[in-house]
Ligand binder design. Sequence first.
Ligand SMILES: C[S@@+](CC[C@H](N)C(=O)[O-])C[C@H]1O[C@@H](n2cnc3c(N)ncnc32)[C@H](O)[C@@H]1O
Length: 218
Amino acid sequence: MSGSRDPRSGKTYSARMTTRVSGTEGYGETAGERVKQYESLAFADVHRHVMHLFPTTPSRVVDIGAGTGRDAAGFAELGHTVTAVEPTPELRTEAQRLHPHPAITWVDDSLPDLDRVHALGECYDVVMLTAVWMHLDLGQRERAMARLVPLVRPGGLMALSLRHGPVPAGRRMFDVSAEETCALAGRHGLTVIHESKGPSQLGGPGVWWDRLAFRAQR
Ligand SMILES: C[S@@+](CC[C@H](N)C(=O)[O-])C[C@H]1O[C@@H](n2cnc3c(N)ncnc32)[C@H](O)[C@@H]1O
């Protein structure tokens, strides 16, 4: 990827002075391919390991790193109210075009701070972090967990997945273990309620996933 990275803000400035949020490198540039890839998966398949943990009555969901909106639409179709958070403008625009559901509100915001989400003053029954956590470095993960936990209502759910394996060209990604993530969540008062490992649904060679879910204290 061309451009220089500001070590203080973590933002990357390209030759055309496009500001990229840390972790999103490579997404805007390949948005067309990402749309085809992410929209080829079904919400119910992606989340089959944790689907039984989702609320069955209308609830508030925040999907962070919402990408093309596949999951935001999946939750909206189940009757939930969804805040979809996506910092890559190319993906957010495509997502709004593909999934114009009235129960979805799109927010241009990013981990670790989520300042715009916090400014909404809401608590959520479900916090989704699908395929996003491994884009943060250790300091960002620690900061992000501290900012996320107050967004989960007492007794609420946080679900995340961690990608392992070869890093696609141009992306910023770290090999983050389930063990580290569970320990960090535990230090912030979350209890592990689901942990599983499995192959990639998109079939990349050597790619596999950890899937984790946590419950906030009541
Ligand atoms: C692998 S994609 C997953 C998209 C979607 N959750 C899905 O499962 O299809 C990772 C997403 O995380 C977003 N992302 C990367 N860094 C981020 C950050 N610091 N804060 C929030 N989202 C970020 C990217 O823009 C991208 O949409």
